[in-house]
Design a protein around this ligand. Sequence first.
Ligand code: SF4
Ligand code: SF4
Length: 73
Amino acid sequence: MMDRKKAQQMCLCKMCPSFVECSEEIAFCLESVGKSGCIKEENGCLCPGCPVLEEEGYQHVFYCTRGSETSQH
Ligand code: SF4
Ligand code: SF4
């Protein structure tokens, strides 16, 4: 699995229209991060264009509101 720091550097969440800044960790798709505590509204998701999603073979979206890749299975 990809290193968390590396994933957070590649993560597109901060550019996403759904993103809410509250100083929490990003790369919500990762099991070690998971759902956001502050993003509550789904206003589009950039995950389908993210290199982390592609490299890891992830198949979901809206990780911030719906939970990590493994929790969405
Ligand atoms: S797939 Fe989504 S949550 Fe995961 S690193 Fe990329 S933009 Fe962030
Ligand atoms: S998980 Fe998707 S919807 Fe949530 S902030 Fe990241 S790119 Fe946007």
